[in-house]
Structures are given as structure tokens and as C-alpha cells.
Ligand binder design. Structure first.
Ligand code: NAP
Length: 358
């Protein structure tokens, strides 16, 4: 006798803790899979969703639209005990799964709010955040919940009017756990291919290597496609990844391949001149013309960036092991200087940036 895996509605409600690009994208597709999804976020995003509804789309022209009146939106996370006796938030049900999708700078506050919300002990929380330490950080502030690390390999752009668009390829990954396992079928039943992996740390470091492009892209002020068409910007990225890989190797920290090719080959291709990159790179990287990095969004909105969880993490690992990472350290300084000057779109040329890193 075969058993069908439990459906999304049988598994229970999902909370999106941090309804931004990633949260809205994942939540939108989980709703398409039949999940009861509540979005907890800030007025800037929620007002748009209230007005325009939520649309999730991808490069293969898949699309799902949720009308505004079908969305469950919450501007703050109230305690579940208090929601039962008020009419303000009558539909916020205890979750079976929480997706933590705030930026790294918001992890502690979001975790503290989850801890104060009165969730049943052992409630599953999956951190779909970049960097290598957010799941542990969240777990430290929510000891009664079960926090798992996750990884989202692709870019999601907020195109405005409640449209969240996936611009690159790859599968979600989550640390293998018996309690999360039934959710895999729900994710896979919609446009969210998801793999379970026994140890996510090497994957997180592998993803971090690729995310070293975030500051390059943000400082360029270009779309990803435009940035990757510039030999100088590609060499900036290659220099950051190369240095980070040397630190990881010397510190004996394993990193996994998260792109179609190993990072060693990736940086060789990045360094190819334009006429060769056009042919080789096209096969390796599928980039939607609309895509840019989430750090570019931070610059545009004048928000704190995740540079400390990216280049900063490389610098700290180097320091811990008596090594140096001067290019990643320079990138931390450049991004911090841009933020201190009031941010806005980056205006660096590739040539000037490469010189500043070297
Ligand atoms: N976007 C991408 O393409 C992408 C791809 C892969 C991985 N990631 C990673 O995924 C994570 C999320 O990135 P994102 O681009 O989705 O960020 P985002 O668009 O900034 O979304 C996060 C949202 O959560 C809100 N928020 C922060 N603290 C909150 C709280 N305590 N309660 C409710 N809402 C809160 C933020 O508001 P404020 O703006 O007011 O803080 C923001 O609207 C990051 O670690 C990022 O590096 C992003």
C-alpha cells in the first residue's frame, strides 16, 4: 500500500517572518501549493501587497497571483496568547513551519519576537538567509523552537506592484531533519524545488563565495547581466572569491559547489575576456535581464547591508586563523563608506573598483 505524503493543509499553517523579496516569493508559491500562509512584515511591503496583491513569477514564465483580499498580512508579530482574545489579528494561527527571511541584521530581533510569540515548543523555523551563522544566531534567541538552516540559491527581485520574480536558477536546500522531511513534497509540488542535505555548512560557505558578488553588483549600480558583461567587474568578483577560497582552504573549512561548475572553474571563466566569456559564461550562468542583488536594494532603500555576513565573515575567518583577506576587508570598507554617505545606487566603474580592491 502506498501512502500519499501529507498535504500542505494537513501539515499546518506557515508563517513568513520577514515578508520581503525571499519571503514573499517562497510564501507565494507555498500558498500556490495549498498552504495557509501568513506574511509578517513591514508597512513598506505590506501596503503594496494590500493594494496590488502578490504575484510570484520565474524565468520559465511560471506565475501565481494571489489577490490582495486573499492575503493574510501582519505588521507586527503579536503574542499568540493575546491574538485569541482580540479582534485585531483573529486569523494568525500557531504555525507548523516558520520561514525566517529577514536580512542578517534583523535576525536577532526577529528571533526574539518569535520567542515572545508563544509558539508551541519545537515549532520548526527554517532560516532562508545568506551568510553562515544566521540559523545558529536565531536558535540562540529561540531556545524552545527548532531552527534549521536553509539556502536559497537564486536571486529574487522585487519588481514593484507586489511582483516578486526569480531571476536565476538552482534548488532550495534545507538541513535534513525528520520533522521537516514531510514539507519537502509540498515545496516540490510547486515551483520550489528543494533538496535535503545532511550538513548545510559547506553549502552555506559555497553560497557565500557566490554572494561575494552582492557588493560588487551593488557598487556597480547595474543589473547582474550588465555587471557580468564587464570584464573589470568580473575580475573584482574573481579576486574576492579567490581570496576567500584560499582562506577557507588554509583554515580547513569545507565549501560545496553551488553553481553548475566548481568555484575554481567559475573564477577562471570570470577572468576570460569578454569575447570568450560571452560564449562560455552564457552556458554557465542563466541570468534574467531584470535581476540585481539584494544589496543593491539595500543601497536603494538606504538600509543596513549584509556586508558583515559576507566579506566580513571571510575577514573574521582569516583573522581567527592568523591569515589575511585584504580584498574582502577593502570591500567591507567600501560598502560601509557608501552606506555612511547615504547610500543610493552605486556608481563605481569596474576599473576603479578593481583598483580599489587591489
Ligand atoms: N533577494 C534575493 O535575491 C536573495 C537571494 C538569496 C538569498 N537572500 C537572502 O535572504 C534573506 C532575505 O533577503 P531579502 O532580499 O528577501 O530581504 P528583504 O527584501 O529586505 O526582506 C526582508 C523583510 O523583512 C522585514 N523585516 C525585518 N525585520 C522584521 C521583523 N522583525 N518582523 C517583520 N518583518 C521584518 C524587512 O523590513 P525592513 O526593510 O524594514 O528591515 C524586509 O521588508 C537575506 O539574508 C538575503 O541575503 C536574498
Amino acid at each position: 500500500m502506498t501512502h500519499n505524503p501529507p498535504s500542505a493543509s494537513e501539515l499546518g499553517p506557515v508563517w513568513i517572518m520577514g515578508a520581503g523579496s525571499v519571503g514573499c516569493y517562497l510564501g507565494g508559491w507555498l500558498a500556490a501549493a495549498g498552504a495557509d500562509v501568513s506574511f509578517i512584515g513591514r508597512p513598506r511591503v505590506l501596503e503594496t501587497l494590500r493594494r496590488d496583491g502578490l504575484t510570484v513569477s520565474d524565468m520559465k514564465n511560471h506565475q501565481h497571483v494571489i489577490p490582495a483580499n486573499a492575503l493574510k498580512l501582519f505588521e507586527a508579530l503579536p503574542s499568540l496568547e493575546s491574538t485569541s482574545s482580540t479582534t485585531q489579528t483573529p486569523t494568525l494561527q500557531p504555525p507548523a513551519l516558520v520561514l525566517l527571511t529577514v536580512k542578517g541584521s534583523g535576525t536577532v530581533q526577529a528571533a526574539q519576537e518569535l520567542a515572545a510569540a508563544g509558539l508551541p515548543p519545537g515549532t520548526l523555523v527554517v532560516s532562508f538567509q545568506n551568510g553562515v551563522g544566521n540559523a545558529e544566531l536565531a536558535q540562540a534567541h529561540t531556545p524552545s523552537l527548532k531552527v534549521l538552516a536553509g539556502m536559497i540559491p537564486y536571486n529574487v527581485a522585487d519588481l514593484g506592484h507586489g511582483v516578486f520574480h526569480r531571476g536565476t536558477t538552482g534548488s532550495l536546500m534545507v538541513q535534513d531533519d525528520v520533522h521537516f522531511a514531510p514539507w519537502q513534497a509540498v515545496f516540490n509540488s510547486t515551483q520550489l524545488q528543494l533538496k535535503l542535505v545532511p550538513d548545510l555548512k559547506p553549502v552555506q560557505w559555497g553560497k557565500l563565495l557566490i554572494n561575494l558578488n552582492n557588493p560588487v553588483n551593488a557598487l556597480s549600480g547595474l543589473t547582474l547581466l550588465q555587471e557580468f558583461s564587464d570584464w573589470y567587474f568580473r575580475r573584482c568578483l574573481a579576486a574576492l572569491i579567490d581570496e576567500a577560497m584560499q582562506v577557507l582552504r588554509q583554515a580547513q573549512v569545507p565549501y560545496a559547489q553551488v553553481l553548475a561548475v566548481p568555484p575554481e572553474k567559475f573564477i577562471r571563466v570570470l577572468r576570460l575576456p569578454n569575447f570568450l566569456f560571452k560564449w562560455v559564461g552564457k552556458k554557465m550562468l542563466q541570468i534574467d535581464p531584470k535581476a540585481s542583488s539584494s544589496m543593491a536594494d539595500d543601497f536603494a532603500l538606504g538600509r543596513t547591508t549584509e556586508i558583515e555576513s559576507l566579506c566580513g565573515e571571510v575577514v573574521r575567518l582569516a583573522q581567527k586563523n592568523g591569515l589575511q583577506a585584504p580584498r574582502n576587508a577593502a570591500m567591507v570598507r567600501l560598502v560601509q563608506a557608501h552606506t555612511a554617505q547615504g547610500a543610493g545606487p552605486g556608481k563605481w566603474s569596474g576599473k576603479a573598483l578593481l583598483k580599489a580592491l587591489n
